[in-house]
Design a protein around this ligand. Sequence first.
Ligand SMILES: [Zn+2]
Ligand SMILES: [Zn+2]
Length: 262
Amino acid sequence: MPSAEFCVVCGRTGQALTDGVCAECAAARESLVALPEQVEVVLCPQCGARWVRGHWERAGSSLVLSSDDLAPFLRVHPEVGVRELRWEERSRRASLREIAGEARIRFRSLERTVPLTVRARVLARTCTDCGRRAGHYYTAVLQLRGEASPRTRRPKELRGRLDAVWNELWTEARPDWRNAVAWREELREGWDVFFSDTLAARSVARLARQRFGVGIVESASLFGRKDGQDVYRVTFCLRFPPAVLDGVRGDAERAPTQALER
Ligand SMILES: [Zn+2]
Ligand SMILES: [Zn+2]
């Protein structure tokens, strides 16, 4: 029942009050729905799959960004229900896109339309399927592993924690290093990250040594000749010490794309 008391902000009576404030005044004071200034979306340029929460999904999607790409970045007030999201790419450069849209929301008794804008940085990475299908080109592999022995963790937990340290490395890696990541494969004992550029792979390996004190074992194998020169593929095996893996949350819900939000 509407209260005979008045809103402490606008002074109106006859409004439903929460903590003495009417819905309209509360809506004006709170952030109902917001986006970070810039988000990062990783997509496969071949098939349109998106890298979300640590795996590829939605193969066959359009390369144009849609509300499915941006919804995960929305910060929604706990009392807000989002009815509809609409987006339009305003300018479309390959890697950085300006996007404007609006959210139709309900907050207590109010319906509102909130305009939203965001810059989306688009990183193109070949997905696992397309990489395999194409016998995709790579020159280096970063193997993310736990201790050789004893194996105390269950494989799934180990992979989750390795994924978390990889996400930390990812946020600190230079953009050109990240762009050199062709695809990533999940294995029982960890992850293999395939690079199209060996220097970038080595730089990430060194970053891991600096940040986490990992040991690096480097090996090379001849895989062919190009322009009269032997071509090698280089493998960097990174073994993360138990103390490092203990210190991260092995939360598969955290994707590299969302790490920028924090
Ligand atoms: Zn009021
Ligand atoms: Zn693909």
